[in-house]
Design a protein around this ligand. Structure first.
Ligand code: BEZ
Ligand code: FE
Length: 273
């Protein structure tokens, strides 16, 4: 009798999923297992290396609580979050490109009037910026009643939820377009900032010679009745790290001029069928 081969071993593992009641779960698990077996074979993984990997995953779990989601950070820094957005959010040609959501969005930000500022806590380093333009429908006109949920890090590089010195909901606001589809958000020029590196995801970045910085950006979720919601950012064309964003979120179409205190950008949404 000959020894069982890795291929026979994989086939046996996969066969145990034949009676799974949830066929989508079975499909996902079988594919993940196939890739994991392939990965172990390809790199010739040692037992010590596999245990180190499992310990790292356990450490990541221990780092998670209501405020800190280290698994999301790992997914972001490995480019998986961006890939999931690419295949789930990508709209038709001509619509605003999506990018990562990130962990710092807060539901229920303050509704604001068009032209209002999102700055609650002014800082010495603030450089005033107005972001303005139109929300329109692909192949159609301006959209009335579109909402723009906007958030960004303060000039010290921290979001309000990371920084107890800031007033809750600082640098956030929800704006709704009028009949002309126009929007205008007063804010400050965004700064580049490091994602947290005091946990296992950060340790992995540094162990592999990577930095933990994001280029300067402002986050937007733009939605309107009858249209696909787009989760995106606008990036400052003069920022560092545009070519090495730690979470791989930069897209050329989202890099904009923020000089002179003004940034013009039109959002284009895709109508739903
Ligand atoms: C952000 O832009 O807020 C962000 C995205 C991914 C990881 C960390 C932060
Ligand atoms: Fe951000």
């Amino acid at each position: 009798m000959s020894n069982i081969t890795p291929a026979e071993h994989l086939a046996e593992v996969l066969s145990r999923f034949e009676d799974a009641p949830d066929s989508r779960l079975a499909e996902i698990m079988k594919c993940a297992i196939r890739h994991m077996h392939e990965f172990v074979l390809e790199v010739g993984l040692t037992r010590e290396e596999w245990f180190a990997g499992m310990k790292a995953l356990a450490d990541i779990g221990h780092m998670c609580d209501e405020k800190r989601q280290e698994f999301i950070l790992l997914s972001d820094t490995l480019g998986v979050s961006m890939l999931v957005e690419m295949i789930n959010q990508m709209g038709a040609e001509g619509t605003t490109e999506p990018t990562v959501f990130g962990p710092f969005h807060v539901e229920g930000a303050t509704p604001r009037q068009m032209g209002d500022s999102i700055v609650v806590d002014a800082m010495d380093a603030d450089e005033p910026l107005t972001i303005l333009g139109e929300v329109s429908s692909l192949g159609g006109g301006p959209i009335e009643g579109a909402t723009l949920d906007v958030w960004q890090a303060a000039s010290n590089g921290f979001y309000d939820v990371q920084d107890s010195r800031q007033t809750p909901l600082n640098m956030r606001g929800v704006f709704t377009t009028g009949a002309d589809g126009g929007y205008e958000v007063r804010t400050v020029r965004p700064v580049s900032y490091p994602v947290p590196d005091d946990g296992p995801a950060g340790a992995l970045l540094h162990a592999t010679g990577r930095h933990n910085w994001r280029p300067a950006h402002v986050h937007f979720v733009v939605s309107a009745p009858g249209h696909k919601t787009v989760i995106t950012h606008l990036f400052d064309s003069e920022s560092d790290f545009l070519d090495s964003d730690v979470v791989f979120g930069v897209r050329d179409s989202l890099i904009v001029d923020m000089n002179g205190g003004r940034c013009d950008y039109d959002f284009v949404l895709e109508p739903t069928a």
